[in-house]
Design a binder for this molecule. Sequence first.
Ligand SMILES: NC(=O)c1ccc[n+]([C@@H]2O[C@H](COP(=O)([O-])OP(=O)(O)OC[C@H]3O[C@@H](n4cnc5c(N)ncnc54)[C@H](OP(=O)(O)O)[C@@H]3O)[C@@H](O)[C@H]2O)c1
Length: 282
Amino acid sequence: MEPMHIDLNDGNKIPQIGLGVWELDGEACYNSVREAIKTGYRHVDTAKVYGNEDAVGRAIADAIADGEITREDIFVTTKLWNDDQENVEQALDQSLQRLGMDYVDLYLLHWPCPQHGKYVAAWEEMIAAQQSGKARSIGVCNFYRDVLEEIIEKTGHTPSINQIEIHPAFSQPEQREDNAAKGIATEAWSPLGRGTNLSDPRIQKIANNHGVSAAQAIIRWHIQRGDVVIPRSSKPERVRENFQVWDFSLTPDEVTAIEAMDAADGRIGPDPLSFHVGTPKA
Ligand SMILES: NC(=O)c1ccc[n+]([C@@H]2O[C@H](COP(=O)([O-])OP(=O)(O)OC[C@H]3O[C@@H](n4cnc5c(N)ncnc54)[C@H](OP(=O)(O)O)[C@@H]3O)[C@@H](O)[C@H]2O)c1
């Protein structure tokens, strides 16, 4: 089966698998992006706060120079950091400068930071960024029902994507349903639970049924749920392995069995209700 795309509510398409690059610095980031493009990935997920937009941009520029892709072939996401919520235009311009690009495919508002009450104004500026052509699609990360409803109601503009923490131990059934009801695509961050889900015997058993690795079984689960998925690896063999998920399918029972791993204490990242690191001093 060919790698899939997901249709966004603004008419654009996003490749269903991307390479996440959080915590990959400098050469490690450059090497993973180069390996990913050679493997067939056409989507990279970075952010200002990861400090590696320049390495992502360099890897993509070199892949273009080597004739592996054109700029139009690759979907690049970056994100607005919390302390830039009042300076969206300037922050996006600086990200584009570091990436060496004149547009990104997707610009995401990284965290709502509800304590600071700036996210509606920031979303208005994100809409302007899309109208300027510097961001082809716009969306949010870590938004939940109340803040999603507020930005939609106050601006009349629905995000194309909500990128949220999703992995077998934290599968977010309610937020995925809420996103779908609003026409918002769901994108899964930390899709492998940062590696913590890989040794679970329930995952191992499903992986063994198909002769694949635990990571491949989990990535396939995300694909079959219809979410966008952005696994990260610093190791070339794992970058390749994580993309080899198109030639097998989990059974409906296996999908349900992974969903049953959802746990009340399964969250590994910050809670969006309280996280506000890097927000402007009020
Ligand atoms: N929007 C947000 O707020 C937000 C938050 C967190 C993350 N993200 C995005 O989501 C991306 C993915 O999440 P993540 O980086 O937190 O974690 P992840 O992709 O769930 O897991 C990455 C970890 O799994 C290991 N791994 C990867 N492939 C493997 C394989 N085939 N076999 C065994 N181990 C494997 C990696 O180690 P090695 O490097 O050693 O292979 C790394 O330690 C990020 O990179 C970032 O782009 C977004």
